[in-house]
Ligand binder design. Structure first.
Ligand SMILES: Cc1cc2nc3c(=O)[nH]c(=O)nc-3n(C[C@H](O)[C@H](O)[C@H](O)COP(=O)(O)O)c2cc1C
Length: 191
């Protein structure tokens, strides 16, 4: 079976983003093996000078190399992350930095970097507190996901989102979650 690498960056108990992602991932698991990394269960280190020195000497923890290889080999990438501080949680950025490994997720020639990841499609699932849409200049999560996709050689990006969550009643929130799941399940057929 083909493989999905799934990054669950939903850090809050009762996360609405996770509710949407759980339903979509359940559907996708009918057609894909799902390799899940839940950021709530890991503490990835902030990439600092020591880590850079280690990398320069070819030292990268086996666990991270193995994980980055799985990401690079996956047929699809799914990321679920809430909208925090006009982007996504820092834990996701730190994770992506730990996976951004030379000769694993990207390579380089004399002129430029090129991607080494196989996934032709990426799905980004998010919910936002304010009434900010995907592609709004204030929405600084999707542009980054797109940009790292360029570095890593990932394909077409799909976004499933719900917004204005923090200014909605419980009933409205539940409806937004239902609508996003419905949209996501439709997308699953072609993803
Ligand atoms: C730490 C934190 C920062 C947030 N920053 C923003 C923000 O900058 N803009 C916004 O629209 N919503 C912001 N929110 C609200 C969340 O985007 C919103 O509640 C979202 O639905 C949470 O997703 P979750 O239910 O999956 O945790 C923030 C929430 C938290 C906890």
């Amino acid at each position: 079976m083909r493989k999905i690498f799934y990054v669950d960056a939903c850090l809050r108990t009762g996360s609405n983003t996770k509710k949407i992602a759980d339903a979509i991932i359940a559907k996708l698991s009918e057609r894909y093996d799902i390799e899940t990394v839940r950021l709530s269960e890991h503490t990835f280190p902030v990439v600092n000078n020591d880590i850079l020195n280690d990398r320069a000497n070819g030292i990268v923890p086996d666990e991270y190399v193995a994980m980055a290889k799985k990401l690079a080999d996956a047929d699809r990438l799914v990321i679920a992350a809430p909208f925090w501080d006009m982007s996504f949680p820092g834990a996701l950025k730190v994770f992506l930095e730990n996976m951004s490994l030379f000769n694993v997720t990207f390579g380089s020639n004399e002129k430029e970097c090129y991607g080494l990841c196989k996934a032709e499609k990426v799905l980004y699932i998010t919910t936002r507190g304010m009434n900010i849409s995907t592609g709004d200049a204030l929405e600084q999560a999707t542009p980054y996901v797109k940009a790292i996709g360029k570095l890593w050689g990932l394909g077409e990006l799909h976004v499933i989102s719900a917004q204005n969550m923090d200014y909605s009643t419980e009933e409205q929130k539940a409806e937004k979650v239902r609508n996003a799941i419905e949209e996501g399940l439709k997308l699953c057929c072609e993803f």
